[in-house]
Design a binder for this molecule. Sequence first.
Ligand code: PRP
Length: 208
Amino acid sequence: MNNVYPSPHPLVAHKLALLRRKDTESQHFRELVREIAALLTYEATADLLTKPISVETPLATAPGVELQENIGLVPILRAGLGMVEGVWELMPNAEVWHIGLYRDERTLKPVEYYNKLPVAPTVSVTLILDPMLATGGSAVATIDILKRWGVTKIKFVGILAAPQGIELMQEHHPEVPIHLAVIDECLNEHGFIIPGLGDAGDRQFGTG
Ligand code: PRP
């Protein structure tokens, strides 16, 4: 599959197994989401542009770089929220723009309920954060919104994906790279990823 990057990293795999466990409590679940988000973002940002600078060490002048692009994080509410803190630990200056979508339980189609993007884009690269890529409807709708906003460089950082979600993304937005912990087997009749980890929003926020 082009442009799809399941993580090869053993730390991600280890933390993912803990995240899946049904007896992992909310607090631990949130910590794991945060940590996995940071590890996946490390992989997803390997091609960020930098510009050369020089820095004064206590002893001499050294060549260095700084990030050239300003980065926006777009967590899809609610479940994407828990990924923000992990990414902020790496990129504390990243702007965060929230998009609220929920999936209609009957149709499985995304319904937009919150969007506070300014009229013109203020960032050059956006990372969409959502742990779950199930049917792919929410991610596709978010990318549609971001493209209308005018952002051209978009990456999706998730944790679990179903093959159907990846297919829908590739049909609508094939140029958007998909960074994940893993690709799971399938969706069940309720649109849940199998074997999955249950409902990432409910497990983080103690609801459901
Ligand atoms: C979940 C998940 C994604 C979406 C994935 O959110 O966090 O946003 O479903 O499904 P899709 O790929 O089929 O669109 P949910 O609707 O449960 O809302 P929540 O995050 O508020 O719990």
